[in-house]
Design a protein around this ligand. Structure first.
Ligand SMILES: [Fe+2]
Length: 155
């Protein structure tokens, strides 16, 4: 196994931590903005996403200290288009989730064949984030449609 580029790995893990923490704030914020008949299940789903982002942030933070580095206290960019429209909220969160997915892919490239545990972690997170993106994509489809109107499902 080749040697791990500790500095780059910690750099990406810190970006993941920041982006997941932004997810906690973003999903919590969105959950205050849902009105109408679908409010209860949608609020519950958004709060569940906030909890999941917090868990992901904690996992990234634990890896950073496992590698003997200091976790960032920054938070990733927070988009807010001041919308109450569920479709826009979902599209906005899908955009942010894709940024996180790219970071996990970057992590995988850095740790592949260098650390079994980190590689396993990166793969599991890519799996979780892709399933999540797929779910949001399905929520954005019109009932009966097999693809979102914005284009093909994520590759
Ligand atoms: Fe996540």
């Amino acid at each position: 196994m080749s040697e791990l580029d500790q500095r780059s790995v910690v750099g990406v893990l810190n970006h993941i931590l920041e982006s997941e923490l932004a997810g906690v704030v973003r999903y919590t914020h969105y959950s205050f903005l849902v009105f109408g008949f679908g409010r209860i299940p949608i609020v519950a789903w958004l709060r569940q996403q906030a909890d999941e982002s917090l868990l992901h942030a904690q996992q990234a933070g634990e890896w950073i200290t496992t590698l003997g580095a200091y976790p960032s206290l920054e938070i990733g960019p927070l988009l807010d288009s001041h919308t109450f429209d569920i479709g826009s909220i979902l599209r906005e969160s899908l955009e942010a989730e894709n940024v996180a997915l790219e970071l996990y892919r970057e992590l995988l490239t850095l740790v592949q064949d260098r650390s079994v545990a980190l590689e396993e972690y990166a793969r599991q997170m890519i799996h979780a984030e892709e399933m999540h993106a797929g779910e949001v994509d399905k929520m954005l489809r019109r009932p009966g449609a097999l693809a979102t109107s914005s284009g093909a499902p994520p590759a």
